[in-house]
Design a protein around this ligand. Structure first.
Ligand SMILES: [Zn+2]
Length: 338
């Protein structure tokens, strides 16, 4: 684990009511389940858990995803088993609300349907946890059977939203704007990954062209003042994953101490912190909080504001939001000297 904290800070972070809004199911695969599946192949912890490990590229990350996790996710039952552990961990770390996505085209290789997968994941959530389920798709997935699946997912009642992910450098295709609009018309929330491997212009593009309501990562928005200002003005939040950015060597993130989240936060952008693909980064959500405190000077009060941002953007009704925010305010009154 790259980050540890003293017992006081550790308990402050653990008990802080918080959210996780950028979590890929497949990238969160619990190691113990992989070991059960194939004790020989997974005998040793993967090299990418080392603190100083850096991926050479996003392509390398995807190759290793294929090697390590793809074989596991072959049924709705497997998703259920994995998410039972993952969501249990979220609750242990103080999460009250979680948004998590599965890679939609995985269904093409499975006998189970999308609604069955969604039910299996939903039934894995511990009682009391608010869970929202997203389907993620790549820029070039709208073809052949993938096209039908994308059209179909807009009708799945249990699906809360859609997310654009995968390599950012693949050009945005014209189907995306239409699907993102129709998803919103069908009551789904729309996100997009941007500003991780492409710059601020791509963040602008997914907002302007497909109307993404929230950005996953978005850290390279910092490269352009106008983009930062519009995020503030239009109240578009960024679900940031600092340790993921460091290990994937995102441009501008050479060390945690220069991570753009400090500038974005100070400029008034609504940011949350999240773990992204914890299996591939060896991180826990609590470590994201330690990292911001230790390397970027975020105080307990500022971290509380970040946790509160998660409740601001949560897809819940106003009564539920107020309850969550009241709980957080009560916690801060008890735990933070002002
Ligand atoms: Zn992501």
């Amino acid at each position: 684990m790259p980050y540890t904290a003293d017992p006081d800070f550790e308990s402050f972070v653990r008990d802080l009511p918080k959210t996780e809004t950028h979590l890929h199911m497949e990238g969160a695969c619990p190691y113990e389940l992989l070991k059960q599946m194939d004790p020989v192949k997974y005998a040793n912890p993967p090299a990418f858990w080392a603190d100083d490990f850096r991926y050479e590229s996003f392509d390398q990350f995807m190759v290793w995803y294929g090697e390590y996790c793809a074989a596991f996710f072959n049924s709705a039952q497997r998703y259920h088993e994995a998410m039972k552990i993952v969501l249990g961990n979220c609750v242990d770390q103080g999460c009250r609300y979680v948004e998590t996505s599965f890679h939609l085209p995985v269904l093409l290789g499975m006998e189970d349907s999308g609604p069955t997968l969604i039910d299996a994941v939903r039934s894995a959530a511990p009682e009391g946890l608010e869970l929202r389920i997203f389907a993620g798709m790549c820029h070039d997935d709208y073809k052949d059977a993938g096209l039908e699946l994308i059209e179909e997912c807009l009708t799945w009642e249990g699906l809360d939203g859609i997310d654009l992910h995968g390599p950012e450098y693949i050009p945005l295709e014209s189907w995306t704007a239409d699907i993102w609009q129709r998803a919103r018309d069908a009551g789904k929330y729309t996100k997009a990954h941007a500003g991780e491997f492409m710059g601020a212009d791509f963040v602008d593009l997914v907002i302007d062209e497909i109307g993404a309501e929230r950005i996953q990562h978005g850290v390279r928005s910092v490269e352009k003042d106008e983009t930062v200002q519009r995020l503030v003005k239009e109240n578009i939040a960024l679900d940031v994953c600092p340790i993921s950015n460091l290990k994937l060597a995102v441009e501008g993130v050479t060390t945690m101490s220069v991570h753009p989240i400090r500038k974005l936060f100070d400029a008034g952008v609504k940011v949350t912190i999240n773990s992204d693909d914890p299996f591939f980064f060896g991180n826990r959500l609590s470590e994201e909080y330690y990292a911001l405190n230790q390397d970027l000077g975020f105080s307990k009060k500022e971290l509380t504001q970040i946790a509160g941002n998660g409740f601001d953007i949560a897809l819940v009704d106003e009564g539920a939001r107020q309850k969550l925010k009241d709980e957080l305010a009560g916690y801060c009154a008890d735990r933070i000297d002002s």
